[in-house]
Ligand binder design. Structure first.
Ligand code: GLP
Length: 242
C-alpha cells in the first residue's frame, strides 16, 4: 500500500492526475474506472489541461464509472452521467460511446436488471486503473457500511448518512435519490491498480480507519488493504490522523 501526502487539494489533484496520465501514456488504450463526488474534480481539471497541452489523448481510452443514482435522467444536473460529461468527457477527445455509466434513468423495479447488465460489462472490462473517492462513512462507489462485502454490481439503498452528505448538491434533501447502482467490492478489487483520493479534515478519521483499522465491511474502504497495487493520494488534512 502506497501513501502520497500532498500539501493541499491542488497538489493532491495534480499528483493524482499525474498517475492517471502515466497510465494513459504507458497504455493509450487503457480502461479507466472513474469516480464522481467533489474530490476528483480538481484531478479531472488537471487532466483536461494535460489534454489541451497535447500531453495525453483519450481517443483510445474506455471508461467505466463506479455508480449512478436510480431515478435521475441523464441530463439531470446531479446525475453522475451529467457530472462526467461536464467535468471531463465534454472537454477531451474521448469517444463518448466508450464511456460507460450505469443507466440511472429507470425506476427501482428495473434496478436489478440494470445492475446485471452493468455487471456483465464490468466483468469483461479488465480495468487498468480505478479512481476512487471515499464517503465519510467509508463507502467506496456506493458500497455502504454493512455486514458483508458485496461482490458484484448491485442496486443499493443509500444510508441516511450518505443521503444527508449528498444533499449539499441538491435543492432539498427530499430530492436526493434513495437508491443507486454501484460496482461491488469484487468489481472494484479486480482493477489492476487503484488510487483513492481524499481531501480535508472531515475525511481524516475515515482515512485512519481505512488504512490502519481492521478490515471490515463496516468500513468498506478497509478492504483496499488487501489489494496488491493501491495508492492513497491524500492532502495533509485527510492524512492528519495517520
Ligand atoms: C458519493 C460517491 C462516491 C464518492 C463520495 C464522496 O457518495 N458515490 O463515489 O467517493 O460521494 O464524495 P466527495 O468526494 O464529494 O466527498
Amino acid at each position: 500500500m502506497k501513501i502520497i501526502i500532498a500539501d493541499n487539494y491542488e497538489e493532491m489533484s495534480i499528483k493524482a492526475a499525474n498517475i492517471v496520465a502515466e497510465q494513459i501514456k504507458l497504455k493509450p488504450s487503457s480502461s479507466l474506472g472513474l469516480a464522481t463526488g467533489g474530490t476528483p474534480v480538481g484531478m479531472y481539471q488537471s487532466l483536461i489541461k494535460m489534454y489541451e497541452n497535447g500531453e495525453i489523448s483519450f481517443k483510445d481510452i474506455t471508461t467505466y464509472n463506479l455508480d449512478e443514482y436510480i431515478g435521475l435522467p441523464e441530463n439531470h444536473e446531479q446525475s453522475y452521467r451529467y457530472f462526467m460529461d461536464n467535468n471531463l468527457f465534454n472537454h477531451i477527445d474521448i469517444d463518448k460511446s466508450k464511456t460507460n455509466v450505469p443507466n440511472g434513468n429507470i425506476n427501482e423495479g428495473q434496478a436489478d436488471a440494470e445492475a446485471k447488465r452493468y455487471d456483465k460489462l464490468i466483468s469483461n472490462a479488465e480495468i487498468d486503473l480505478q479512481v476512487l473517492g471515499i464517503g465519510g462513512n467509508g463507502h467506496i462507489g456506493f458500497n455502504e457500511p454493512c455486514d458483508i462485502f458485496n461482490k458484484n454490481v448491485f442496486a443499493v439503498k443509500l444510508t441516511e448518512n450518505t443521503i444527508k452528505a449528498n444533499s449539499r448538491f441538491f435543492n432539498d434533501i427530499s430530492e436526493v435519490p434513495k437508491m443507486a447502482i454501484t460496482m461491488g467490492i469484487k468489481s472494484i478489487m479486480m482493477a489492476k491498480k487503484i488510487i483513492l483520493l481524499a481531501s480535508g479534515k472531515e475525511k481524516s478519521e475515515i482515512i485512519k480507519a481505512t488504512i490502519q483499522g481492521n478490515i471490515t465491511p463496516k468500513v468498506p474502504a478497509s478492504v483496499l488493504q488487501l489489494h496488491r497495487n493501491v495508492t492513497f493520494v491524500l492532502d495533509k488534512e485527510a492524512a492528519s490522523l495517520l
